[in-house]
Design a protein. Structure first.
Length: 268
């Protein structure tokens, strides 16, 4: 058996039990894909991040993310959690900037005091129509519907509408998309959102960094400004600062360590 470290970190929050919890696993070399998927299922969190150093490149890593059900191409909160683990737990960094090679290309994280800023690719939206099953699943029809990189974006008139949503998750699983981002103007922020990804094993994600690569371009155009504040209004809730910078979105948040431990799996 081989022993590995594991950190569980609450991302996009400065307080324990808020934001979105992610497991972070440092590796020297990749474990088999099946093993990483089983570990993500065992952790039973929205995401488990695995990262491997790039030889000869300080502060550069390969990163992969797994939900309990599948590998995903982009994850914000688990990348934020990984950066927090490197900066504050492992303390192997030589600068305040980390870079991660991922299935979505290079991602960067900049440390500024207690805040970490993700540098992610911006999403591009096209007007779309929801399948009939989704219209009935949400009960409350959105004002506008778009399709982004992987998700539907559903725009509602008010924050109260988003808070009231109680979709039929079984119906949402049948749609060929990662999930559904539901949004409206915010009362205490520029915009608010909730995110549902049942097809990927996450009924409602507490705080979704990658969704803000979709939300930020939309609200930047709608509100006529490039710097925005955002609240993801799940039960755990999370606060984000977002900036549209051309073809990139800068997403800032805080994180806090909840648990540090070790696990053992058969040697590869």
């Amino acid at each position: 058996m081989t022993t590995y470290q594991l950190f569980q970190i609450d991302a996009f929050t400065a307080e324990l039990f808020g934001g979105n919890p992610a497991a972070v696993v440092p590796l020297d070399t990749w474990l088999p894909d099946q093993t990483m998927q089983l570990l993500a299922r065992e952790n039973n969190l929205a995401e488990t991040a695995f990262f491997v150093p790039i030889p000869g490149s300080p502060d550069r890593y390969h990163i992969r993310w797994f939900t309990p059900a599948t590998e995903v191409k982009l994850c914000g909160h688990a990348t934020l959690a990984t950066a927090h683990a490197i900066f504050n737990c492992l303390k192997t960094n030589v600068s305040d900037t980390l870079s991660f090679q991922s299935l979505s290309g290079w991602l960067h994280v900049q440390r500024n005091g207690d805040w970490l800023t993700l540098d992610f690719p911006a999403d591009h939206l096209q007007a779309a129509e929801l399948p009939e099953s989704v219209w009935s699943a949400f009960h409350l029809p959105p004002r506008e519907v778009f399709m982004g990189r992987e998700d539907y974006l559903l725009v509602y008139p008010s924050e109260a509408d988003v808070l009231a949503l109680n979709p039929d998750l079984k119906a949402l699983k049948t749609v060929a998309a990662r999930g559904f981002i539901c949004t409206a103007p915010g009362l205490k922020s520029d915009f608010t959102s909730r995110c549902f990804f049942p097809a990927f094993g996450i009924d409602e994600d507490p705080v979704t960094g990658s969704a803000h690569t979709t939300l930020t371009p939309y609200w930047a155009e709608k509100l006529g400004k490039t710097s925005l504040t955002a609240i993801q209004a799940s039960e755990r809730c999370g606060f984000l600062k977002c900036v549209l910078a051309g073809e990139r979105v800068l997403i800032s948040g805080q994180a806090i360590l909840y648990m540090e431990g070790k696990f053992r799996v058969p040697a590869v």
